[in-house]
Design a protein around this ligand. Structure first.
Ligand SMILES: NC(=O)c1ccc[n+]([C@@H]2O[C@H](COP(=O)([O-])OP(=O)(O)OC[C@H]3O[C@@H](n4cnc5c(N)ncnc54)[C@H](O)[C@@H]3O)[C@@H](O)[C@H]2O)c1
Length: 472
């Protein structure tokens, strides 16, 4: 582990005491080991959010959050002042209150120290945990882009800090709010797939162009993703495919990860692409990233279920998160969406449903959140609406004092795969244990229910008039 990061993690321990001593309005009491399952705080009528990181991802979050009734984007921060200014301009154009501005490498500290409820983090991966720890130590809830943590010690630091400070720490896993993923959860809760046995998820997305794109021309700031791929092996981005399966299988709420194994292919695609695009003598062609093109992890749970998670951002193939779940009564699979169900227990499910039956089932078994707010979410956008539903549920839960859909243990278990898959892949796929971040709490924690929102409570009464009400 990088010593600077270890020192940083240690160095944040005193800050909670400072927040408490200074009488920070939002400082909360420690809730104790394992307490974050079902954890909720008192309702926050007006949720004041600070957004850190305004590159490709952050501005969309500013726009979605600022559009939700009872939510104010009260602070903005980026390394670059012009990115902050651009979002201030957007807020002004929409007639929203001006946010406080912060910039520079450490501007996030002043933002976290200011008067806010929630810090929303969309920075490069290496900054996720440091900013979230600083936010919680200063009495703020933290919502962190994926993966929220890249190392095991970061996972533990987030768990322990959330428990000690009594703050929410949620990973912004938007894919849990995809129409197919929520439909799947609904079908599982209705028992349509029987008892679950196996799941498959992935992040298969050809990012070769974007990874090498000059930051000055719209690429990742400082080539952070390319640099990570250059230095690491295994799966650095496991959560999109994994977290929806964890929810369906009740991981951390009735089951728990036990161990995993990971095998990675050679890295072929990035070198070939760089050579072709930039020439043999370019720095790009000479980089030779370590990360194999295709990494395949298999996780086994304590109850004996298996989950395969793949990562491939360098092959010429269409986008896929796979989204496969199979059980004793049926199977479903995405890209394209297909479902096969047994007529009754013990029967086989040898063929996929036809298009008409599939569309009927998809409509009938739509998740209530999609029924209530799907049309609104599609208008608001963000990966087909799932980004908006995620933000809507997050703010709704905070406004109504409800537990969040994803807790810090879900964050830690899914992010632990980053370091553990690398360790396993470097050791010929030998298995490694996955820590139980709930420390036994999974045995009694309640599974995630079928949760929705009451748009009336948010002040949105008529979905047809959303645009006006949401001021978008
Ligand atoms: N959930 C999703 O679907 C999804 C999609 C895209 C990206 N992401 C995640 O969002 C995050 C950001 O990705 P991106 O594509 O926007 O990258 P990006 O490089 O475009 O943006 C990162 C931003 O963070 C800023 N930044 C860097 N250091 C900072 C600091 N010290 N303080 C404040 N700001 C700082 C940069 O200037 C930049 O504007 C990543 O974690 C990524 O994995 C998630």
């Amino acid at each position: 582990m990088n010593t600077d990061r270890r020192d940083f993690l240690k160095g944040t321990m005193w800050m909670g005491a400072v927040a408490a001593l200074s009488g920070c309005a939002t400082a909360a009491k420690s809730c104790g080991t394992g307490c974050m399952s079902g954890f909720a705080v008192a309702p926050i009528k007006k949720v004041r959010v600070g957004v850190v990181g305004l590159g490709m991802r952050g501005p969309g979050a500013v726009h979605r959050l600022a559009s939700i009734p009872g939510v104010e984007v009260a602070a903005l921060c980026d390394l670059f002042q012009d990115r902050v200014d651009a979002q201030q301009k957007w807020l002004a154009n929409k007639g929203k209150p001006k946010a406080r501005s912060y910039s520079g490498g450490e501007g996030y500290k002043a933002l976290c120290e200011s008067d806010l409820d929630l810090v929303y983090i969309a920075t490069p991966w290496a900054l996720h945990t440091p900013v979230a720890l600083y936010a919680m130590e200063h009495g703020k809830h933290a919502a962190i882009e994926v993966p929220a943590a890249m190392y095991l010690d970061e996972c533990w630091a987030l768990v322990e800090t959330a428990e000690r400070t009594g703050r929410h720490c949620m990973q912004l896993e938007n894919c849990c709010y995809g129409e197919v993923e929520m439909l799947t959860l609904n079908l599982v809760r209705q028992g349509k797939l029987g008892e679950l046995v196996h799941g498959e998820g992935a992040y298969i997305h050809d990012l070769r162009e974007l990874n090498y794109l000059d930051p000055k021309k719209g690429g990742y700031q400082g080539y952070w993703r390319l640099k990570w791929n250059a230095q690491h092996y295994g799966n650095p981005y496991p959560t999109h495919g994994l977290l929806p399966i964890m929810q369906a299988m009740d991981v951390n709420r009735g089951d728990c990860f036990d161990y995993l194994t990971c095998v990675s292919s050679a890295q072929i695609g990035m070198d070939a692409f760089a050579k072709l695009k930039f020439g043999e003598d370019s720095w790009e062609a000479k980089l030779h990233p370590k990360c194999g093109d295709m990494s395949t992890t298999v996780i086994r749970t304590v109850k004996g279920r298996t989950i395969m998670v793949q990562h491939d951002v360098t092959s010429a193939r269409p986008y896929s998160r796979i989204n496969l779940l199979s059980g004793t009564m049926g199977c479903l699979n995405d890209y394209p969406f297909r479902i096969a169900l047994a007529a009754k227990p013990g029967d086989g499910a040898h063929g996929w449903m036809d298009a008409e039956q599939t569309a009927k089932l998809r409509e009938e078994c739509k998740h209530p959140l999609w029924k209530v707010a799907g049309a609104l979410a599609q208008k608001m956008g963000g990966h087909g609406g799932m980004d908006f539903l995620m933000d809507l549920r997050l703010c709704y839960c905070l406004q109504n004092g409800l537990p969040l859909d994803m807790d810090v243990y879900d964050l830690a278990s899914s992010c632990a795969v980053c370091e553990l898959s690398e360790r396993s892949a470097l050791n010929r796929g030998n298995s490694v244990d996955v820590p139980d971040f709930t420390r036994g709490g999974w045995k009694t924690a309640k599974p995630l229910g079928i949760e929705s929102v009451d748009l009336g409570k948010l002040g949105i009464f008529d979905v047809k008039k959303d645009d006006a009400q949401l001021n978008v």
